[in-house]
Design a protein around this ligand. Structure first.
Ligand code: SAM
Length: 269
């Protein structure tokens, strides 16, 4: 694929990018192809955010059906003309309000995400575990590093544990700012997420992990948020930790995702 002339295409339609919507559009053909190759071949794809449709067009070539959710209706005239694929439809909506049952499961999720809502989108995707079979997502490089960090690292947090409990995740490649129009101030990374077969239940587990990290510096057994969530006292928490084979004076940041899951099972049985 040639590099799309983003500035030229936008000005043909009298448009400009909107910073408030995280509109940094890919202008590097090779990066676009690598993202599409990671996602395809696929059956159904849900794309988050169309931009000028450069990725959308490639996805339509490698998938049976592509649905793109895009919030910015100003792009409608451009996209209607630039993405005329019979196996594609647009849904003009905020992805955070999107009803995922509008797409028959299972599907693959692809998106060069709007960075201002990365965490919200990830949490939303975790709530839809079981419906999607793969996700190829571009995020800020630091976010990818944090999500894939392990215990003991200062990058390790609730989102890392949640992601690694639900999915196998890896960074496929990094993308420097000059590959976008306009270039963002940060470096980016494309991540591949594949749901694990044996996963904890979604909502309860997410709340549990978030409560464990609410007081990062405190011992788990003395974390008010956690004790309150589980409706148990400190002594019961200490005995549950020892039943799980975990030291009673540990902090959340010391546990692996597998240890969190073991503890969660015992705390909620
Ligand atoms: N996929 C295109 C590309 O790679 O060039 C565009 C990526 S751009 C980083 C993010 C896209 O998400 C923009 O088109 C933006 O309008 C759209 N977007 C921003 N917030 C959104 C939201 N809440 N729901 C759906 N789309 C959104």
């Amino acid at each position: 694929m040639n590099d799309p002339k983003v500035g030229e295409i936008l000005s043909r339609y009298g448009l400009d990018t909107a910073k408030s919507l995280g509109q940094n559009f890919l202008r590097d053909g090779e990066v676009l192809e690598r993202i599409a190759a990671a996602a395809c071949p696929a059956g159904r794809i849900l794309e988050i955010g169309a931009g000028i449709g450069s990725l959308t067009g490639l996805l339509c070539q490698g998938a049976k059906q592509v649905t793109t959710v895009e919030i910015d209706e100003k792009l409608r005239p451009l996209l209607t003309e630039e993405v005329p694929h019979p196996n594609h439809r647009f849904i003009w909506e905020d992805i955070l309000k999107f009803d995922f049952t509008a797409i028959e499961a299972p599907f693959t999720i692809v998106g060069n995400l709007p960075y201002y809502i990365t965490t919200d989108i990830l949490m939303l995707l975790f709530r839809q575990m079981g419906r999607w079979e793969k996700a190829v997502l571009m995020v800020q490089r630091e976010v990818a590093d944090r999500l894939l960090a392990g215990p003991g690292s200062k990058e390790y947090r609730a989102a890392s544990v949640i992601l690694q409990s639900f999915c196998r995740g890896e960074t496929l490649f990094e993308v420097p700012p000059h590959c976008f129009y306009p270039p963002p101030h940060v470096h980016s990374a494309v991540m591949l997420l594949e749901p694990k077969k044996d996963r904890p239940d979604t909502e309860g587990y997410m709340k549990f992990v978030q409560a464990c990290f609410a007081a990062r510096r405190k011992m788990l057994a003395a974390s008010p948020a956690l004790l309150q969530l589980l409706h148990i006292d400190k002594n019961r928490m200490i005995s549950t930790l020892s039943e799980a084979g975990l030291p009673q004076n540990s902090r959340a940041e010391a546990f692996t995702p597998e240890e969190f899951q073991r503890l969660y099972k015992l705390c909620t049985k």
